[in-house]
Every structure is written in C-alpha cells, then in structure tokens.
Design a protein around this ligand. Structure first.
Ligand SMILES: C[S@@+](CC[C@H](N)C(=O)[O-])C[C@H]1O[C@@H](n2cnc3c(N)ncnc32)[C@H](O)[C@@H]1O
Length: 323
C-alpha cells in the first residue's frame, strides 16, 4: 500500500516525550494502537527487544507488512483484550482515536467534508454508522448525540434523521452531514462545521470508544509486569480526564477515610503516576497541528494485584442503552 492509497502518512504525536521519560527502553512492549507504526518503530529504535503491534484496523496490518521486521508481532484485535494477547509486559502505549489514514480516506466514512460510504468503523467488524443512523430508535440516537457529542440540539437532530430516513436511507457521509447542518444554525466564520459534534458522537458509538478506554486501562493493568510502563496519549478532554482518574484511583492506597467518608479498606496501589499531563511543545504543534490537543499521561505498574475502576468513576458518559 502506498501513502497516496492510504492517505497522508500519520505523524506520531508526543513520541519523543514518551521515549525520553521511559528510557532506557528494554524488553517486550505492546503498542495497542499501532496505526502506521510510528510508536512501534520508535520503541524498537530506542531499544525494545520486541513490540506486539495491536490494531483493530486491517489497513494498519496491511501497511505493517511493508515495514515490520521479525521483532514485531502483529495482532489484529481491540486493546480492551490486550491481556489475552500478552502478559508480563515491560510497557504498554496507547495513542487514542483515529489515525490520519482513517480520517483522510473518504471511503472509511469518517469525513463530513468529503463524500464516502457512511461507515466510520476503525475495524471491519460490527455495525456501521449507516446501520446505526438508519435503524436506531429516535431516543437512542438523541442519547448518542447528547452523551458522546455534547450536542445540545440532539433531540432536534435525531428527529430530523428519523423523519428523513422514512423516505430514503442514509448511505453517505455528506448526506448525513447535510441533514444535520440543515437543522442547526448556520456557523459563523471561524466556527467548526455544524456536523462536527454529531459525527464525533456517532464515531464514538460505532467504535465503542469509551467502553474500549475503560476496559483497556484495566486490561493494561493486568498485562503489565511490576515496573512496567503505561503511556496513554489522548486528544479529548473527556478521555484525558478518564485516564487521569483511572491513574489517581489505582495509585491511591485507599484507607484513611474522613469525617464524611467512611473508612475504606487499605490496599496497595497498582500504579505510581509519573509527573503530570505532558502537552506537546509549540514546535511539535507547529509541525503537526493535529498534536494541539494531545496530552500524555505516564505511570509505572507496582506488584500489587490488579483491580477494576467503574466507567462512571472515570467520568465517562454512561453507555447508551440498546447499543
Ligand atoms: C491515533 S492512531 C495511532 C497512530 C500510531 N501511534 C502511529 O504512530 O502511527 C490510532 C490507531 O488505533 C487504532 N485503535 C483505536 N482504538 C482501538 C482499539 N480499541 N483497539 C485496537 N485498535 C484501536 C485505530 O484503528 C488507529 O489505527
């Protein structure tokens, strides 16, 4: 696959920031969001013996066959199940969201600017955005738009979608984008496209992105060896907050309690957080505007037993019923 076929190459975000902080890189790492392989290659160049390259997207695997050597073990799957693939890992990296290749290829159906089939799946399994938009009950559509896209006009847009699909199914991205835009005020100069929030919400629902994140963080906790590194790069404040809360909860020994909160059972912390959130430098943002909202959080696994944190405790929106 050439770059022109796969879209613009994906520029890795905050990779140097990770490598600097986890040096020296040794042993076996798992890249749970391999994409174009920027992190995987970076880890190998920095000294990792082996990297398990995991991605749900067959395109990422097709591309990897061109660059991966025998130190890379390619696994097609979701990162919420990483501990079924490997345990005793020296490090796990997650670079959340969609890749530039996915966003830039109209045939993947993520873009409201360029026409393509209404798909939006990062992988090749499960219902597409068209399945959702053409079949979900109105209330479910409204909940998706409101909870995952913070779209205040969620009910109005859901009603318009249901009215429109009664006469013709939604097949393409522009078709949906136009219906959404027709039901919102015209954007002022400099404002984002009116379908931005709706497309984000539907993409999150189609790929169960919040469920993947909540389960993926716990899966990483089970998969890491004592001393192993967890590095997570997120692009949305909701996701960064979830990572922050997860690490705060899992690096807290509990116990103590206060006048207001009953005594909690003391337990050993599963992680030690390392530093605060890291933002890209102005130079990185100038070279790669996509890096603008990225935040990196890092932690090291202890030898305490793995546990769970509820999705709600991470501050992630509740799952939409029936999805
Ligand atoms: C932002 S890109 C990663 C780019 C990569 N770090 C690089 O340097 O090329 C995110 C990738 O993660 C994959 N992905 C997102 N969520 C996933 C999940 N839950 N399980 C497996 N892969 C996932 C997407 O398919 C996409 O290829």
């Amino acid at each position: 696959m050439t770059e022109s076929e796969s879209g613009r190459p994906h520029v890795p975000v905050l990779l140097d920031a990770i490598l600097e902080r986890v040096a020296p890189v040794r042993g076996v790492w798992l890249d749970g969001t391999m994409g174009a392989g920027g992190y995987t290659r970076g880890l190998l160049d920095a000294g990792a013996d082996r990297v398990i390259g995991l991605d749900r997207d067959p395109l990422a695997h097709q591309m990897a066959r061109e660059w991966a050597d025998e130190r890379v073990e390619l696994v097609k799957g979701v990162f919420s199940e990483m501990d079924e693939v490997a345990t005793d890992l020296d490090g796990v990296v997650l670079d959340l969201g969609v890749s530039s290749m996915q966003l830039d290829r109209p045939d993947r159906g993520f873009s409201f600017m360029r026409d393509g089939p209404l798909d939006m799946r990062m992988g090749d399994e499960g219902p597409t955005a068209a399945d959702l938009v053409n079949n979900a009950p109105e209330g479910q559509l409204a909940d998706i738009l409101f909870r995952y896209g913070e779209e205040r006009a969620a009910r109005r847009i859901a009603r318009a979608i249901v009215r429109r699909r009664a006469t013709a199914r939604f097949e393409t991205t522009l078709d949906l984008a136009e219906t959404v835009a027709a039901n919102l005020p015209r954007p002022k100069p400099g404002q984002s496209h009116p379908a931005t929030r709706s497309f984000q919400a539907i993409r999150i629902a189609v790929n169960d992105e919040f469920g993947e994140l909540a389960r993926g963080l716990s899966a990483a906790e089970r998969a890491l060896k004592p001393g192993g590194w967890l590095a997570v790069v997120s692009f949305h404040s909701v996701e960064d907050r979830a990572v922050k809360r997860f690490l705060a909860a899992r690096s807290d020994a509990g116990g103590g309690g206060s006048r207001h909160a009953p005594e909690r059972e003391a337990r050993a912390p599963a992680f030690v957080t390392v530093g605060k959130a890291v933002a890209p430098s102005p130079e990185e943002v100038a070279n790669n505007p996509r890096a603008r909202s990225a935040r990196l959080r890092l932690a090291r696994r202890t030898d305490a037993p793995a546990g769970e944190v509820s999705r709600r405790a991470l501050g992630l929106p509740d799952p939409v019923e029936g999805l």
